[in-house]
Write a protein of this length. Structure first.
Length: 334
């Protein structure tokens, strides 16, 4: 056991309490407890999220150790999401991790959640090599990132308002679909006509994104439709979902393709929850193929929030001697 490195990863930035364990470069345990309690409120309630993390975290760590067949004293380091995320939610993971690292007298490693999403591309083969271009699309962020090494990432563009995931979630809410909305829009879009409705494309900087106008267009479309027909949403749900999704995905694809050309990068990766979207995955693969580029997409479990990506990033930071002090503080924004 002694020559193996076991690194514990803790993620509590939003509404998933997640714990993973790495055995050297391998993820051997990846547990997640999704907080479905938020569904009845139609979105994440921050204080509720903190409380649920608080209830779950110790048991989830115990279960992870059990599944790995190790004890806490076998761990070499504890990696934890430092930010961005909800303050109270982050604090639960951070306070636990600090105490645990202190008690075990092992290093604590703070991990940036957005960088970890990108590094999820390395958990399983095929893996990209540096440098590559990453499109990060999550509930809170939309970023084009030139990834130069595990720890050197340059954000070359991002959204000026809503994130792609937010645009999906808000649309779902307007359409009366349950939270979280992204997978719901994806599901209904599969049976719809993506050309049935046209949604606007914002005029923003070359590598910038803006999704708030699309959401507003949807609001007006539904409001006008409902005036003439109370069943308007029900009748048009699939076509609206498909058209709305098509607009978001086509903007994402267009921008990432342009950036790859500008920066001369021929390896492209996706990261974050929205990379679970079936249309985005398919169009991304097709776009890369068209250009003769290599495409990388994490497997589903590593696209949405998880602790494997935190453990993976933490393992590499720990190996590189980049551990944190015990006064580590959360940050809520990038
Ligand atoms: O990365 P993530 O799990 O959490 C954040 O760090 O924000 O991303 C969550 C986002 C949510 O907005 C969710 O609706 C979206 O990812 N999402 C999807 C799909 N699955 C998750 N959006 C579109 N299609 C999907 N299949
Ligand atoms: Zn995330």
């Amino acid at each position: 056991l002694s020559d193996m490195a076991y690194v514990l990863g803790i993620e509590s930035s939003c509404d998933e309490t997640a714990v993973a364990i790495m055995k050297d470069e391998q993820v051997i345990v990846n547990l997640i407890s999704s907080q479905i309690d938020h569904a009845k409120y139609g979105g994440v309630i921050p204080e509720l999220a903190s409380r649920l993390h608080q209830q779950n975290i110790v048991y989830l760590v115990q279960q992870a150790l059990e599944e790995a067949g190790i004890a806490g004293r076998d761990l070499s380091a504890v990696a934890v999401t430092q930010g961005p995320g909800l303050l109270g939610a982050l604090l639960v993971g951070i306070c636990f991790s600090k105490s645990y690292a202190y008690a075990l007298d092992i290093p604590l490693v703070g991990v940036n959640h957005m960088e970890a999403h990108i590094l999820a591309n390395f958990i399983k083969a095929p893996r990209p090599s540096f440098p590559f271009l990453n499109l990060t699309v999550s509930g809170g962020h939309t970023q084009l990132v030139v990834v130069k090494s595990f720890f050197e990432m340059e954000i070359i563009g991002q959204t000026i308002d809503d994130a792609a995931g937010e645009a999906f979630d808000k649309a779902a809410k307007l359409l009366g679909l349950p939270y979280p909305g992204g997978p719901q829009v994806d599901k209904h879009a599969r049976e719809g006509d993506p050309t049935a409705f046209s949604f606007p494309k914002a005029e923003v900087g070359r590598f910038q994104f803006s999704f708030s106008g699309i959401k507003t267009a949807l609001l007006y479309l539904l409001r006008d439709g409902l005036k003439g027909d109370p069943d308007y949403i029900q009748k048009n749900l699939r076509d609206v979902a498909a058209s709305y999704q098509h607009r978001i995905v086509s903007i994402l694809i267009e921008k990432v393709e342009d950036a790859a050309k500008e920066y001369g990068l021929n390896q492209l990766a996706l990261a974050g929850g929205v990379s679970a979207n079936s249309q985005l995955r398919a169009d991304f693969m097709a776009m890369c193929e068209r250009n003769g580029w290599e495409a990388f997409i994490p497997s589903m479990a590593y696209c949405t929030d998880n602790a494997a990506m935190i453990a993976y990033a933490g393992y590499h930071k720990w190996k590189a001697g980049m551990s944190s002090e015990l006064n580590l503080s959360p940050y809520t924004r990038v």
